[in-house]
Write a protein that binds this ligand. Structure first.
Ligand code: FAD
Length: 522
């Protein structure tokens, strides 16, 4: 095909992976990326965590909150108080799907479901934890050799570092204490370690966090020839994928600045608009495979906050080490992440993904005088992420007769935990109690977060090996029966996972993009 045009819906890390690889590997291709939300930073898709000024950062987060942002929120009649960091509502930079105003989704069994609407998507707000899938988390029909290569490519695209903060003595002391408690129970190679994160360590010890910007790389560098074939249109809502039979002909878009709608012809359309809005867009476009929206999974999450015990910590670190850690954190006080440790998923020993984040303060205010309100060695916020086993009945469905706030068929989410999950949640809670005791004293007891809190929504456009009604996409992410319609994102993940999913979804996207490039005859 000469000079193909590829339209990409969504500017998060997955849409950006397709844009980058297709432009790098198809010399005459042109990529146009459409994003419903606004551009937040001068560098498109940059992590808002890199913004040092707290007021600027808060503004960028507010702008990402779609129906819950500023004037738009008021026009929908939603009270301002629904977005509060740390509450059972949306995290900053995101907006609840079931926000309670006009055209809100219906999700009483999945109340914390949220999305971000901005250039870079959720990838402008994410924590950047990038563990690799292991054991049964992996896609069963992609051979290990190929898979390992895809993961390596995904790590490069996301600037993943396995040993960020590895030199932190405070972090090391936390690892030693956790290893004393759990080390003997964990299999070789899957013990307590540092958490791989996506970002570039800076000379001052801080990290420049990765967003879609690093994935786009040369596409947003005006000096690169690739940037000449790339266009990013923010505040442009894709309303429909247009079809001629089983072939995509382009998309209908609406410029949200002017309200004007237009048709954009495209040879290939990639839909990477998150695990709820991608299936919604396919649905409204008349692409309705049986599995669309079904097999919804996420990670049940049990969290707690622990005050680090001085006596325990001083077995492995000194007061000077603590001062050094605090000095490093002072470089970017608005960034809460440092000394991040983990215990990875392993099977059958440890079917959990554990994240342990050091912080000098608690994520919630503590009354002066309450126990551990002042704690010299600081705190850790710890979470156990668990599996949700896929079931057809856990689903987002769409109602053609009820428009949502954007005029799309409204969403209803139905979701339930089963005995299988309840058992793993009980086990994880027990282990979290042990971890807390090993490190110090709880200032927030272990608690199960409401469904949807993980922000890791998977399965609603799952990939499969055969077109048997249990999957939406083929092994190269093309919607079954539609050769030039490709889907991307966590929604493709068909397995029950415990790890943070973005690295895995980028790996799947690398495979999909390579297939398109090969077929375009690069
Ligand atoms: P998104 O990043 O969600 O981007 C989709 C984009 O599509 C959005 O910008 C949206 O506005 C746009 N869009 C939707 N509909 C349309 C339309 N019709 N037209 C045009 N544009 C549209 N993951 C991890 O792996 N590790 C973590 O540590 C982690 N921490 C997180 C912390 C937070 C606070 C949040 C919010 C998320 C976190 N995640 C984490 C999840 C991670 O950010 C996502 O997995 C990742 O961003 C998914 O990428 P994506 O490109 O598929 O979708």
């Amino acid at each position: 095909m000469s000079n193909p045009t590829i339209a990409i819906v969504g500017s998060g890390p997955i849409g950006s992976t397709y844009a980058r690889l297709l432009l790098e590997h198809v010399p005459n291709a042109r990529v146009v990326m459409f994003e419903a939300g606004p551009q937040l930073t001068d560098v498109p898709g940059e992590s808002v965590r890199n913004i040092p000024d707290p007021a600027e950062k808060a503004r960028a987060r507010e702008m990402s909150q779609g129906p819950q942002a500023g004037a738009y929120r008021e026009s929908l009649g939603i009270p301002a108080a629904t977005v509060t960091e740390g509450m059972f509502t949306a995290r900053q930079g995101t907006h609840l799907l079931d926000f309670g105003g006009a055209g809100s989704a219906h999700a009483p069994s999945f109340p914390a479901a949220a999305a971000a609407t901005n250039v870079g998507g959720q990838g402008a707000h994410w924590t950047c934890a990038t563990p690799s899938p292991a054991f049964s988390e992996k896609v069963p029909f992609i051979a290990d050799d190929e898979w390992d290569g895809l993961i390596e490519d995904a790590k490069q695209l996301l600037h993943v570092h396995s040993a960020a903060f590895a030199d932190s003595k405070v972090g090391e002391a936390i690892r030693s204490l956790l290893d004393e408690e759990f080390g003997a129970e964990l299999p070789g190679g899957y013990g307590v370690g540092t958490l791989p994160v996506a970002g570039d360590p800076q000379p001052d010890g801080s990290v420049r966090w990765a967003g879609a910007d690093v994935v786009l790389g040369p596409l947003i560098d005006q000096d690169s020839p690739l940037s000449k074939r790339f266009e990013l249109r923010d505040l442009t809502l894709v309303r429909r994928v247009e079809l001629d039979g089983r072939r995509v002909t382009g998309i209908t878009v609406q410029d949200l600045r002017t309200g004007e709608a237009s048709f954009v012809p495209a040879d290939i359309v990639v839909v990477a608009a998150d695990a709820f809005r991608s299936p919604q867009l396919l649905w409204v476009s008349g692409v309705r495979p049986k599995a669309l929206g079904h097999y919804l999974t996420e990670h049940p999450v049990v969290i707690s906050t622990v005050a680090l015990d001085a006596e325990k910590m001083e077995r492995y670190a000194t007061g000077e080490d603590l001062e050094a850690e605090l000095a490093r954190r002072a470089h970017n006080p608005a960034d809460p992440v440092a000394a991040v440790n983990r215990i990875p998923f392993s099977e059958p020993e440890h079917p959990f993904s554990v994240q342990v984040m050091y912080s000098e303060s608690t994520p919630f205010p503590m009354e002066p005088g309450t126990p551990y309100a002042e704690n010299r060695w600081g705190y850790v916020n710890m979470g156990y992420g668990m599996r949700k086993h896929p079931r057809y009945e856990d689903a987002v469905t769409f109602d053609d007769n009820e428009p949502d706030y954007r005029g799309f068929p409204n969403m209803t989410i139905e979701y339930a935990l089963t005995e299988r999950e309840e058992k793993e949640i009980a086990e994880a809670t027990e282990r979290l109690r042990r971890a807390g005791k090993a490190l110090g004293a709880f200032v927030a007891e272990p608690r199960l977060m409401p469904n949807g809190s993980s922000l890791h929504y998977q399965g609603t456009m799952r990939m499969g090996q055969a077109d048997d009604g249990t999957s939406v996409a083929d092994p190269w992410s093309r919607v079954w029966g539609y050769e030039n319609l490709v889907v991307g994102g966590n929604a493709l993940i068909p397995t029950a996972t415990a790890m943070n999913p973005t690295l895995m979804s980028v790996a799947i996207a690398v495979r999909g993009a390579r297939k398109i490039a090969a077929e375009l005859g690069s």
